[in-house]
Design a protein around this ligand. Structure first.
Ligand code: OAD
Length: 419
């Protein structure tokens, strides 16, 4: 039976059970949904202000933009491309949340077995997690519903990163030609052979009604994780409505329970069914960022352990200010002027011992900027400062703009009235 917890001080005992389980766990599985990116400004799907409930034209509903049947119709196809181009721009502007950073903490501590996300925003990569490239089994994060930052050819299935020209075309509702198919066709023509068809590119996300192209690989990653006997399962920010995801939760929960581990659900709202009452041990009823804040205040050392710093030094471009080789080359008996002034006790290793959390944070920020550079071109649509003042949900603006175009209006109108 699921125990419901609040962060209001009334559930202290159970909350420490939850905290202890996370702190002690060595193989944590983290399964997430749209809720963990809401504080980054990316709306979820089914909440009152979510994408499915966004007021749109009568012709295209938010939900229809995620169903494969949209490709049956030229207007909905164009609207889908425009919507995805805008959604991508919006995710490029978003910043990872404390929950994403918590994932990084788990990774640095070596206690993240793997993250599985239904999200397509790729914010995990921006905190340094390794997003899926095949084989998925080797990645930190498996994106169950695809990646909004990639495009895929309808015909040859080759995937591509965005470039400014792809972004521009999609934002006007048109699909770019596949460069790979185009090259192949051009080579044939040059060789005097007949031309072959050239496919078009579409966002590489998984829509309702289509198979996941990496389904086998995902199954392989799951099987591998089950074999490793996970000892804690955290599920955050999801309504648990998608059948494949539900199965994943149940399979992982079974394995965690076999090791006497805990299954912890962190979500703002209640689940609408009792289907998971024997699967989920604790439902912490709060935002995922608040939960991370709670963990931070309850177990501060969990977030500042030396392992975190060591791992950051190993994997990131943290410049070690101490020239180790030069130091070794000094004859034992000779000391530089500076060394002579210092205490004779040898134990100074400023690079490792004094790397402050602040330094670490600034290094992570640098990394985000580096990652962001190549694929994150500026948007074609500009939002006026006045609109920003209105503090409108950016994706509501996106969807409304898409609908406006689907109705035949070719100009971008970002007025709040449209929402
Ligand atoms: P939903 O919109 O169904 O659920 C998001 C859940 O997160 C809701 O229960 C919210 O109450 C909760 N939530 C919102 N903000 C939160 C926060 N800050 N912290 C914690 N919880 C919060 O989104 P998903 O369950 O992710 O699929 O939806 C699953 C799939 O349905 C999506 O991946 C998408 C959609 O159709 C495809 O596009 C294929």
């Amino acid at each position: 039976m699921t125990v419901k917890l609040q962060l209001d001080g009334k559930s202290t005992k159970h909350l420490s059970t939850v905290t202890d389980a996370i702190v002690r766990a060595k193989k944590i599985l983290f399964l997430s949904g749209a809720g963990i990116s809401c504080s980054a400004g990316i709306p979820d799907f089914r909440s009152m202000n979510g994408l499915y409930n966004t007021p749109t034209s009568d012709r295209i509903k938010g939900k229809d933009l995620f169903d494969v049947s949209l490709f049956n119709n030229a207007a909905t196809t164009a609207a889908f491309y425009q919507f995805m181009a805008l959604l991508r721009t919006s995710t490029c502007d978003a910043r990872p949340t404390p929950t994403h950073r918590f994932l990084r903490t788990l990774k640095d501590r070596g206690s993240l077995l793997r993250a599985y996300t239904q999200n397509i925003d790729g914010l995990e990569a921006r905190v340094g997690l390794n997003l899926a490239t095949l084989p998925l089994a080797k990645s930190d994060t498996v994106q169950l519903h695809g990646d909004i930052h990639k495009l895929k050819c309808f015909l040859c299935s080759e995937t591509f990163e965005y470039n400014p020209s792809f972004q521009t075309m999609l934002s006007t509702g048109e699909a770019p030609d596949c460069p790979s198919c185009a090259d192949k066709c051009a080579m044939r023509i040059a060789a005097g052979r007949r031309p072959v068809a050239i496919g078009t590119l579409r966002p590489d996300i998984v829509l309702y009604g289509e198979q996941h192209p990496a389904g086998d690989s995902i199954a392989e990653a799951c099987a591998m994780d089950l074999k490793k006997r996970p000892d804690c399962l955290i599920i955050a920010g999801t309504t648990l409505k998608v059948p494949g995801f539900k199965k994943l939760v149940k399979d992982f929960a079974k394995s965690v329970h076999e090791r006497n581990g805990l299954v912890i659900f962190v979500n703002l709202t209640e689940l609408t069914s009792t289907e998971f009452s024997s699967t989920i041990d604790f439902h912490v009823h709060c935002g995922s960022d608040e939960f991370v804040d709670h963990l931070k205040s309850a177990r501060p050392t969990f977030f500042t352990k030396q392992t975190t710093l060591d791992s950051a030094l190993r994997s990131k471009k943290v410049v070690n200010p101490i020239p180790k080789i030069a130091a070794k080359k000094q004859p034992m008996t000779l000391k530089t002027e500076r060394q002579s002034q210092e205490s004779p006790t040898k134990k100074r290793c400023p690079a490792r011992r004094t790397l402050s959390e602040q330094t670490l944070q600034s290094n992570i920020k640098l990394e985000e900027i580096e990652i962001k550079k190549p694929g994150f071109e500026s948007t074609v649509q500009e939002i006026s400062p006045d609109e920003n003042k209105e503090n409108l949900n950016p994706l509501k603006r996106c969807l409304s703009a898409v609908v406006a175009d689907a109705n035949g209006r070719r100009t971008r109108s970002w007025t709040p009235e449209l929402c």
